[in-house]
Write a protein of this length. Structure first.
Length: 263
């Protein structure tokens, strides 16, 4: 899953590039069909018990079955004091998605650095930056996922689980710190480019600095891949109840939404 996120982003960039000339009705139609298709695949492949059956069983005498508020509370809350590690992981995901939204400001960044270029050129630059970052993230996430899945020398299940959690936590910390450090890159490189570009043609300035910026975004993407590999591994390792995996993993979608809004 750590690889799937950046891999999906790469596929989205490719789709936007190919479908750029299509009517927007066709573009959204294809997206809707893909969503339906993947939902069908997930529902067909899932081997979990129905959450509705679990809810009915937990209601005891059934007095609260008609209460949607009770249902909402039962499905979208958990004991954060008891499952503190899982709760903290969700908090870190919220901050991660809030920080990733900052990437949208790359468009304004290149506008400020490389002035007087056509809007299409700015879009092209941002697309190249995003693609390089996501490709680097996918490659690093794949490599880290293989490392995280590698069995430890001790065959004891408890020890193996502990080692796996420590590896994942290590990736989470290193990846987050890596991204935080390299977020300084646009400010530093942008300032240097803007200083050099005084009196220089914008296209010529872009030819000089775009390769350097792409390298910087690629290095940042490696950190993103490291973080995602550790994050996805810890999600499964820290699940409060594996029998309700889909419900607890659904909290990740909530953190994605909340983090993106905050960002």
């Amino acid at each position: 899953l750590g690889t799937a996120c950046p891999a999906g982003a790469i596929a989205a960039f490719a789709y936007v590039h190919v479908a750029g000339e299509f009517d927007y009705h066709a573009v959204y139609g294809v997206m809707s069909l893909m969503l339906v298709k993947f939902c069908v695949v997930v529902c067909a492949a899932a081997q979990e018990k129905s959450s509705l059956e679990m809810q009915l069983a937990s209601n005891g005498d059934g007095s609260d079955r008609s209460s949607w508020l009770h249902s909402l509370r039962a499905n979208y809350t958990f004991d954060y004091r008891r499952y503190r590690d899982f709760y903290l992981l969700l908090v870190t995901k919220t901050f991660y998605f809030a920080s990733v939204v900052v990437k949208t400001f790359l468009f304004f960044c290149v506008q400020d650095i490389f002035k007087s270029l056509p809007t299409s050129r700015y879009k092209e630059m941002v697309s190249e930056m995003a693609a390089v970052a996501e490709i680097a993230a996918a490659v690093s996430a794949l490599g880290l996922t293989i490392w995280l899945m590698r069995p430890c020398s001790d065959s004891a299940a408890a020890t193996a689980s502990l080692v796996g959690s420590r590896r994942s936590l290590f990736c989470l910390i290193i990846g987050g710190s890596w991204m935080a450090l390299f977020w300084l890159g646009p400010a530093i490189l942008g300032g240097m480019a803007e200083k050099q570009g005084q009196g220089m043609d914008s296209e010529k300035l872009a030819a000089i600095w775009m390769p350097r910026m792409l390298v910087g975004l690629g290095i940042w993407g490696v950190g993103q891949g490291i973080y995602l590999a550790g994050d996805q591994a810890l999600q499964f390792a820290l699940l409060p109840d594996p029998a309700q995996a889909s419900r607890y993993l659904g909290f990740s979608s909530i953190t994605t939404c909340v983090g993106s809004v905050l960002g």
